[in-house]
Design a protein around this ligand. Sequence first.
Ligand code: SF4
Ligand code: SF4
Length: 68
Amino acid sequence: MLSKRFAQTDRTRCVSCGACTKQCPRDAIRIHHGCYAVIDALRCVGCGKCAKICPADCITLHEREVQA
Ligand code: SF4
Ligand code: SF4
């Protein structure tokens, strides 16, 4: 079952430091071509660990749309 929340990165503000990738318990974050972090929303469980560690404060958590 999917979690209620998932994380997203702001690609324009990410400094591709990689800190979030080390924090994620679900291994859901990749650095795309060394440029910015991308989160696999289907793997993400919305724990918020990545958002807390991000030095650029560019990760936000969002509610998932309720599935019928
Ligand atoms: S919210 Fe948690 S599970 Fe989702 S990408 Fe961030 S660290 Fe990983
Ligand atoms: S911790 Fe923040 S700045 Fe660093 S790679 Fe992740 S999203 Fe980008």
